[in-house]
Design a protein around this ligand. Structure first.
Ligand code: PEP
Ligand code: MN
Length: 369
């Protein structure tokens, strides 16, 4: 299903040279010197068009640095006047929006911790009624595309049509090299549901460390994202927040120049070849769906049989054999083991759900919040 949105493409409200959009600046504004000197260096990188800075910082614990507040808005006003960079800050309360507008901030962003709370997002959307300002919406902390979509819908319903979604990764309970797991399938799903919506990537908060930023930025562009938001600091090691993930403007310039910006499509011959390959994929997907449906019908038969004979749904020995056998098969034809395992688990989960349905058990997946 596609959702009804009224979104203005960024090409209509930003200069063409600003695409792909690169936003950079410190995690937090700390003092006048740090803000101005970072901005001056960033302004020398032609691709950087927007200066970001946290003024009010959402911190896990209250004893930590919580941002400089309104004082920082004055520094951002100076940045804009001196460098010509547009400015953006995170807003989490109605009063933040009022202050940001008072100081001429160009773009607002709503952070991951705010997007999880529909009450807060609605409050911000109310204040923005009748205000013509672009708003960037970060994904919520938890991997829930509906919550992200809901926040965008609330703002769009308030008349905000200059919208950008920011992919900053998701909380994940398992350890990983990333601070926040990218779960690329979620922004891709958002793009499918809201086709005209620009999505940019925030590799800094995904990675949590400098050395991974280049790779994640490239991947974001390869997936067709419209830009990047990367944190930078004049002296990252002494930054008051997110020190490990901030880079100097010089390092940022290197990251940008190493990026390969590919085109969304190629010439006629390329398109024709691509079209042929896509048609083959379409056919195979139809076969795959047919096979899955036939497999499920057999599962149904098994379920009926088990019900009549009063036998448990899950038979762990059988399941272990399936995994072992299928992973061996997959290995022979070069399928990635993790991929196949996840696919088998998904198919198995659905088989169990079907059999539970047959046994008359409640559906655990029904609750959609
Ligand atoms: C930030 O951009 O500094 C920030 C706090 O991000 P997020 O809301 O994605 O954690
Ligand atoms: Mn940060």
């Amino acid at each position: 299903m596609q959702n009804q949105f009224d979104i203005l493409p960024i090409s209509q409200w930003l200069p063409a040279s600003a695409i792909p959009l690169v936003i950079s600046g410190p995690c937090s504004a700390e003092n006048h010197g740090q803000v101005l000197s970072t901005a001056r260096q960033l302004a020398r990188i032609p691709q950087v068009k927007v200066f970001r800075s946290g003024i009010w910082k959402p911190r896990t614990r209250p004893s930590r640095f919580e941002g400089v507040g309104i004082e920082g808005l004055k520094w951002l006003r100076e940045v804009k006047a001196e460098t010509g960079l547009l400015t953006t800050v995170e807003v989490a309360k109605a009063s933040h929006i009022e202050d940001a507008l008072k100081y001429g901030i160009d773009i607002l962003w709503i952070g991951a911790r705010t997007v999880v709370n529909p009450f807060s997002v609605q409050e911000l959307a109310e204040v923005l009624k009748g205000v013509d300002i672009p708003v960037m919406v970060k994904n919520p902390l938890n991997p829930d595309v509906k919550l992200w979509l809901g926040a965008l819908e609330r703002l769009n319903s308030s008349g905000i049509s200059k919208l950008i979604a920011v992919h900053r990764g998701f909380y994940y309970y398992k350890h990983s090299i990333y601070r926040n797991q990218p779960m690329w399938e979620i922004p891709i799903d958002l793009q499918r549901q809201v086709p005209g919506l620009p999505i940019i990537c925030d590799p800094s908060h995904i990675c949590g460390r400098r050395d991974l930023i280049q790779g994640v930025s490239q991947k974001a562009l390869d997936l067709g994202m419209a830009g990047l938001m990367i944190e930078s600091h004049i002296d990252p090691d002494v930054a008051l927040t997110d020190a490990e993930q901030q880079v100097t403007p010089d390092v940022l310039a290197g990251i940008i120049s190493n990026l390969i910006v590919r085109m969304p499509s190629g010439d006629k011959e390329f398109e024709t070849h691509l079209e042929q390959l896509r048609r083959e994929i379409d056919k195979m997907d139809a076969e795959l769906i047919d096979i899955l449906s036939r497999r499920m019908k057999i599962v149904e038969e098994i379920g009926q049989y088990k019900r009549h004979n009063n036998i448990t749904i899950l038979q762990i020995r059988r399941w272990s054999e399936i995994i072992h056998d299928r992973l061996n098969l997959g290995d022979k034809v070069g399928l990635h083991k993790d991929f196949l395992l996840r696919l088998l688990q998904l198919v198995h989960k659905e088989s169990i759900r079907k059999q539970e349905e047959i046994m008359g058990l409640p559906d655990e997946e029904e609750n959609e919040g």
